[in-house]
Design a protein around this ligand. Structure first.
Ligand code: ADP
Length: 670
């Protein structure tokens, strides 16, 4: 076994690998960029080497610096995690050239699976079922289109070098084909430096079921069962579970055995995942093989009781697989929810900022949190905006699901917008409870998942008013001092009610609430919608305890850095409150005024319309790339672009206005 390994990654997966290495008595070396100087993975490792500036192209993707860091620190092996260099055959070769063990499969296996089309050829030779399609070397667009026309629509275009759902486009008819091909090629070139495409039949209601395989250097291979990862947005996984619900034991075994056959066809070693599309009739087709540890590996660990990173280290150091197939079994059910800094109600736009409040659910035998951040860390624009993975296990699916919903409510984050409420909506909706899963799940149930307000507005207003009153007028903690009127910070006047009025904006609407402070610590009266609700309240740091009309309750309140908004977390979710200054209640909310502001730092990929050119509602106007994702800005109405402040290739800062849009005047009679 190794004495020391280097982890060529950051964030939660670096922390995850360090955890197992420590348990095995292996010393660890982290690498870090400028942005990650104080990151959790750096703190956890025994040693850490600085490898460059913040962009990953100048740090985590520079194989040479990582190899040098390993040589300098005397590490014997490199764990690549997932993403970055984990499936990079050149990097694996560079490790070998320097006598470092790459903790992953042999170089040829990475190469074989690196190209989606080459992988399909190998799999078809090994009798692994494939989705019908064209995956040839001839990239003539007319030929690819002909293949699609022959197959019949819908079809799916995929980047041969693709991953993470990038360079992928559904095409529903022959006339859309050319544009979709161009878009997919452009995205693929930008992400992978290669724009070769394959096309396959688009299955309309498949499930994504993948099998965890493991092989050692002695010809042994096993499968550690499957994960259902059908709940996806833009082809990226959101909630995963193991085992896959509603499949038969025969189907489980057939997929498992096929997956091991697929791995052995490329003389695989280490951890790998064979992804299948599982059709409604029970047939399954090979999609691709990921030659690394997957983000969602913990659900497999929870149901098998195995530590997959430990298996990886054992296999990489030449040991045989710890268990044989018949020694592996499924115990209980596990879910993973990916907690992201993103705004699901705004097209999943990634968000950045400081995690001013970060409370995780309590970890125990059922609940596990894999994360790379701590409170007050930054979510920077440089890397994937995943904050954490919440993994929950219980004895069966129903129990695990209920526990996942609870744990999501106990996850409290303020400082960046997150998908926590959205994740809660997924795990608590009836179709998910009934396991009605397919890859269109999110689109299909959009009404129940997006823009859901789960919080009672009146209660939130009462909490908000009491919080502001306690924070601004009553924050003298010593009871003796507080009872002395000369020390009071409130607006107490003899013979007058001491009342604080607040105008509070919640979900774009302004509401009023007044809190009357009663004398001699008699509590408060909340005046709301013509009602007078008797209340008691205390504030201890961020914890507001209150009694509203006899109902005792506790919530957590978190202010942001500028104190211009705060978030109330309760068992029903979180709600953001913005106090409105009395004089500026009527802000300019002109429709579309903020529409053409760059959402964050990024690059203008294309300006699709000319100045003063007529455009119709929802027509794409500008494509911008920010945080490795493309955002298309659409015309909010029929009209025209009257000013253009950007052009293709511009690097723009978040908040920069990109253009002026003038909507056509609509006739008042219409
Ligand atoms: P990537 O490597 O970019 O993640 P995959 O080939 O793994 O791409 O596919 C990602 C997702 O796209 C799958 O999980 C599935 O939801 C969907 N998908 C892929 N191929 C098909 C297909 N032929 N028909 C329907 N959906 C598909």
């Amino acid at each position: 076994m190794f004495n020391k390994i280097l982890i060529a990654n950051r964030g939660e997966i670096a922390c995850r690998v360090i955890k197992t290495a420590k348990q095995m008595g292996i010393r660890t070396v982290a690498v870090y960029s400028d942005a990650d100087r104080t990151a959790r993975h750096v703190t956890l490792a025994d040693e850490a080497i600085h490898i460059g500036s913040s962009p990953s192209s100048d740090s985590y993707l520079v194989g040479e610096r990582i190899v040098n860091a390993a040589l300098k620190t005397g590490a014997q092996a490199i764990h690549p995690g997932y993403g970055f260099l984990s499936e990079n055959a050149d990097f694996a070769q560079a490790c070998a050239d320097n006598d470092l063990v790459f903790i992953g499969p042999p170089i040829n296996a990475i190469k074989a699976m690196g190209s989606k089309s080459a992988a399909k050829n190998i799999m078809s030779d090994a009798d692994v079922p494939l989705v019908p399609g064209y995956h040839g070397d001839d990239q003539n667009p007319a030929l690819i289109k002909q293949a699609a026309d022959d197959m019949g629509y819908p079809v799916l275009l995929k980047a041969v070098a693709g991953g993470g759902g990038k360079g992928m486009r559904q095409v529903w008819s022959s006339d859309e084909f050319e544009q979709a091909l161009n878009e997919a090629k452009r995205e693929s070139m930008a992400s992978f430096g290669n724009d070769d495409m394959l096309v396959e039949k688009y299955l309309t209601q498949p499930r994504h079921i993948e099998v965890q395989v493991f092989c050692d250097q002695h010809g042994n291979g096993v499968y550690l069962f499957e994960r259902d990862c059908s709940v996806q947005r833009r082809h990226q996984k959101v909630v995963e579970e193991a085992p896959a619900p509603n499949i038969t034991q025969e189907q489980r075994e057939a997929m498992g055995e096929t997956a091991v056959r697929a791995a052995q066809a490329i003389e695989y070693e280490g951890a790998g995942t064979v992804e299948f599309l599982f059709d409604s009739d029970g047939s399954f087709y090979f999609m691709e093989m990921n030659t690394r540890l997957q983000v969602e590996h913990p659900v497999t660990e929870m149901i098998t009781g195995q530590d997959l990173v430990q298996w990886q280290l054992q296999v990489a150091s030449g040991e045989t697989l710890p268990l044989e197939q018949q020694q592996l079994s499924i115990h209980g059910h596990a879910f993973e929810a990916r907690v992201y800094a993103e705004d699901p109600d705004n097209d999943f736009l990634p968000t950045t900022g400081t995690l001013t409040t970060l409370r995780t659910p309590e970890e125990n035998d059922f609940v596990r949190v894999d994360t790379g951040v701590v409170e007050n860390d930054e979510v920077s624009p440089f890397y994937d905006p995943m904050i954490a993975k919440l993994i929950v296990w219980d004895k069966d699916r129903d129990h695990a699901l209920a526990r996942t919903a609870q744990a999501l409510r106990d996850y409290q984050i303020h400082g960046v917008t997150t998908n926590l409420n959205f994740l809660h909506n997924i795990v608590s909706c009836a179709p998910f409870a009934n396991a009605e899963l397919d890859t269109g799940f999110i689109e299909k149930h959009a009404d129940a998942l997006f823009n859901q307000n789960t919080i009672d507005l009146d209660t939130a207003l009462a909490h908000a008013g009491l919080y502001l009153t306690l924070k601004n007028h009553c924050l003298v903690s010593d009871d003796h001092i507080k009872s002395d009127p000369w020390n009071s910070r409130n607006a107490w006047r003899m013979n007058q009610a001491n009342c604080h009025r607040y105008e509070l904006q919640i979900n774009n609407q302004v509401h009023s609430v007044a809190i009357e402070e009663l004398r001699a610590d008699q509590g408060f009266v909340v005046h709301l919608n013509e009602q007078a609700i008797p209340a008691q309240a205390t504030l201890n740091d961020k914890h507001l305890s209150c009694t509203l009309d006899g109902h005792k309750q506790k919530v957590l309140v978190s202010d942001n850095i500028n104190a211009d908004e705060f978030v109330i977390f309760s068992e029903h979710g979180s709600i953001t409150v913005q106090p409105v200054q009395p004089d500026c209640g009527d802000e300019d909310n002109t429709a579309g005024a903020n529409h053409f502001v760059a959402p964050m730092n990024g690059t203008i990929i294309e300006v699709l319309v000319g100045l003063n050119e007529a455009v119709s509602k929802d027509q794409p106007i500008v494509i911008m790339e920010a945080m490795k994702m493309q955002h298309t800005m659409l015309a909010p109405a029929d009209g025209m672009v009257s000013e253009l402040y950007c052009q293709q290739g511009d690097l723009v800062d978040g908040g920069t206005q990109l253009l002026n849009f003038e909507a056509n005047q609509t006739s008042p009679t219409q």
